[in-house]
Structure formats: C-alpha cells, structure tokens
Design a protein. Structure first.
Length: 455
C-alpha cells in the first residue's frame, strides 16, 4: 500500500473527509510538514477540505526569513492561501523559549481557526515523535495516561488540532518526499543535543532501534492499547466520581465518600478528577500522596496542596475543592458576564465550556439541550444569577432560581457563584449545571443545540 493510500484511509477513519469544511495546515518547511501539505493537497476532491497554510516565523534562526520566503512562493505557485505570523526577537524570553514559542504558535492557530471558521489545524507530528514523547514521559515520570502520547485529535477552541501523520514513521515520510522530489529545509537546532527531546531522538531511540528496528511501531502500539484500556477505566472512575463530587463550580467533593474507596482506587479517582478538571497541569505521585494524606488526617481538619498554574487542592473539614482561586475570584457575582457566540465554544472556568450551535452546524451533538428561539432572543448571555431570575416549568408556572438551588441541594456558600444562561430578551433558559427552563413550541422559531460540558 502506498503512503498516499494509507493516508487517505486514516483521514477517512478519523472523520476528516469533509469537503464543506476548512483545514489549516501548519507548515514549518521541514520535511514532515511539507509531506503533510502534499498529502492533504492530493486527497480526492470528495475528501479534501478547503486548505489554508499557516506558518510561524519564530525568528530563532538566520534561515527563518529564507524559509518564510520559500513558503510564500510555494503557496503562490500552488494557489494555496497562506497566513503568516512573526514572533519578534524582542518578545523572546531569556528562559523557557521552547514553551514560549509553542504558546505563541498555538495562540496564532487558535486565532486563525476563529477568523477563517476552520474546523481543524493539522500538524505534522509523526510516529517517531510519538515514540520520543512516550520515552520522555517514561524518563520524567508522571501519570499513566501520559504514556498514551498524542491523540489523533484534541480540542483547540473553536476547532481541533489533528495529527494525520501519527501512523507513519519519519523514514516513510522522507522516502515519500524524495520520491516526489519535494523541497524542504532542515532545522539545524534539531541536531543539537542540548534539548532533552533531541538527545532522545539522536541517541536513545537509535540505540533502541538497533536492538529492534520495529521499536517505534511497538511503542505506538502499546500507547494505543493503553489509551483504549484507560478509556474503559475512566468511564468507571467517572461513574464513581459522580457520587463523590457535589459541585463543579468549583469542583467540590465529599471527603468521606472518596476515602470509602479502597486505597488503590482513591489514588486513581483523585488523579482522574484532578487531570479532568485541569488538563495539562502536572499531577505527580507526590501531589497525590500529599492530597490523600491531608484528607485522611484527623489532626488537620483544613489544609492545602499547591499545584502548578495556580491550581490548589483545599480541604475544609468534610469536603475538598480543586480550583484556581485567582481565576475563580475574577468570575465573581460582580464581574461574571459574557456573550455566547453562535457555533463557538466558550470557557466558563474550572474546566467547563458552553456552546450554542445551529442544528445544521452540529447535528449530532450529544448530550445537548435543544431550544427553540426567535431572532430577537439572540445573542445568548451567561451571567451570574440575580434575585429576580425565574425558570419556566413544564406546567407554565415559574420557579425562582434561588428555590431551584435549594431543591438541588447546592451548598449555601456556592449558590452565589452559580450562573444562568439568558436570552437577549431576558428569559432564563437554564441554571447551568442544575436545571433547564421548559418552553412550549412557538411559531417563527429556530432550533438550537445548547451544550454544557466539561473540557
């Protein structure tokens, strides 16, 4: 099977073969990204989305300007739209430049997803890089789910980052590039052994390949098996967490219910809850041990465990919370208010998102609430609830938001932080995460899907 045929099969299997949508293709001018652009460009018309090339000139090397000029000419010759961002040298930090460059790059991708109404941004990560990632995680330590490596796709609001080249090795991509006589540029910094990934790439992985030439495929195979196993385990953990967690704004749980689980499961439950609430935040065995010791301690009825990115685990007598105090304070009763843009996701904080979608844009969202709205009821807004807010019941009567909070047994100290979804005409559609209003069918309305989900 040729690389193009295998790529097309993988493209279809992941649900990306939609000619009515747009994909951004991230191109650095390295061999991997040039092959990715070629493979997507050669997809059959019935499977190929509209393409926009996106490129970031990081100004980290002398050849950055040359690479940008080359890509501009390539896109002009192949009639491909191109969007370029420049990360000026003056903005480069003294330390942590790789992380800062990545942050700038993905902020640019996110902006382009919004501006171009694109569904995906495709990056050229391939099987060797997946193996490198898994080896680095093994070396550094952490949670088991980190050994699954990169997923085929992940959210990047309002779309997704996709990795179409993950099934293919570097050797396959280089062979294809040479066969097709594709030009590319080598990044000289990739040869440096200063960075940990480069040492894995040029020293550790080649040694493993000498032991077994199939080591990349084997590492990726183990990652896929682990990903499937964890998906099953996480469903079970989420069912147990539903009985432990009493609120999601912020995440709050009952200590006694967590400690009632077997000791080994306590660690799994807590790790799942923390990683689910704060994706990307480092959760080490040391963190988990400190949290569980704090919860079990009778001598310390209150206490905290600090995590990265300002996340804090707090024990208060018989309950615990996991939140970012600074950000949560910003979303207080006085300040919490924003408009819900149609067909886009909006973060509400503490791991929650809301979206309002036309049925044509997202016909299969699940779970969702379908509401019928008149044009004058748009746009929708999320805000803190107010004393006069009422929810419409199926009987046609109304219930105050305050009474709904009491009936739902929302703790008193959390009630002021709850939020409502309201129309432009002031009707309360939902007390988010607690209860929805019920409206009868009306003329001159259009159906919309409202989704309230955890990120």
């Amino acid at each position: 099977m040729t690389l193009e045929t295998a790529f097309q099969q993988n493209w279809r299997a992941n649900g990306w073969a939609d000619p009515k949508r747009r994909v951004l293709v991230a191109v650095s001018t390295g061999v991997d990204s040039m092959v990715l652009l070629q493979l997507i460009s050669r997809l059959p018309a019935t499977q190929r989305p509209a393409i926009t090339v996106v490129h970031v000139n990081h100004q980290l090397r002398q050849q950055s300007q040359t690479e940008e000029a080359f890509l501009r000419q390539w896109c002009a010759d192949h009639q491909l739209p191109l969007a370029v961002a420049t990360w000026p040298s003056a903005a480069h930090p003294t330390h942590g430049i790789e992380a800062a460059a990545r942050a700038f790059r993905y902020q640019f991708f996110q902006k382009q997803l919004q501006q171009q109404h694109a569904a995906w941004v495709a990056t050229a990560h391939q099987a060797d890089e997946q193996a490198e990632t898994i080896l680095l995680k093994l070396i550094r330590g952490g949670q088991l789910d980190q050994l699954t490596g990169m997923a085929a796709s992940r959210p990047l609001a309002p779309g997704q980052v996709i990795h179409p080249l993950l099934p293919f090795t570097k050797a396959q991509l280089v062979a294809y590039a040479r066969e097709q006589q594709l030009p590319w540029y080598e990044d000289a910094t990739n040869q440096s052994l200063v960075a940990s990934r480069n040492r894995v790439r040029h020293e550790i992985l080649p040694q493993l390949q000498r032991e077994n030439p199939q080591v990349v495929q084997h590492l990726n195979g183990y990652a896929q098996q682990l990903q499937a196993t964890l998906a099953v385990a996480n469903r079970s953990l989420d069912q147990q967490l539903a009985r432990i967690v009493t609120s999601h704004t912020p995440v709050t749980g009952q200590t006694e219910r967590l400690l009632a689980a077997p000791i080994a499961e306590q660690r799994l439950l807590l790790a799942r809850l923390l990683s689910r609430t704060a994706p990307g935040t480092s959760v080490s065995e040391t963190h988990l041990t400190a949290c569980l010791q704090l919860l079990a301690s009778t001598q310390h009825p209150t206490g905290t465990v600090a995590f990265g990115r300002d996340w804090v685990f707090i024990k208060t007598y018989d309950r615990f919370q996991f939140l970012q105090p600074k950000k949560f304070k910003e979303k207080s009763v006085e300040h919490f208010r924003f408009m819900v843009d149609l067909n886009q996701w909006r973060s509400v904080g503490n791991g929650w998102q809301i979206g309002c979608f036309t049925t044509a844009q997202q016909p299969t969202l699940s779970p969702h609430e379908t509401v019928a709205l008149t044009p004058d009821q748009l746009p929708l807004m999320v805000r803190s609830w107010q004393p006069g807010d009422r929810l419409r019941l199926a009987t046609g009567h109304h219930q105050s938001v305050r009474r709904a909070l009491i009936n739902a047994k929302v703790p008193q100290d959390e009630r002021s932080r709850q939020v409502v979804l309201v129309t432009a005409t002031g009707d309360v559609l939902a007390l988010l995460g607690v209860k929805w209003s019920v409206y009868p069918p009306r003329p001159h309305t259009k159906n919309y899907h409202i989704v309230w989900k955890h990120e």
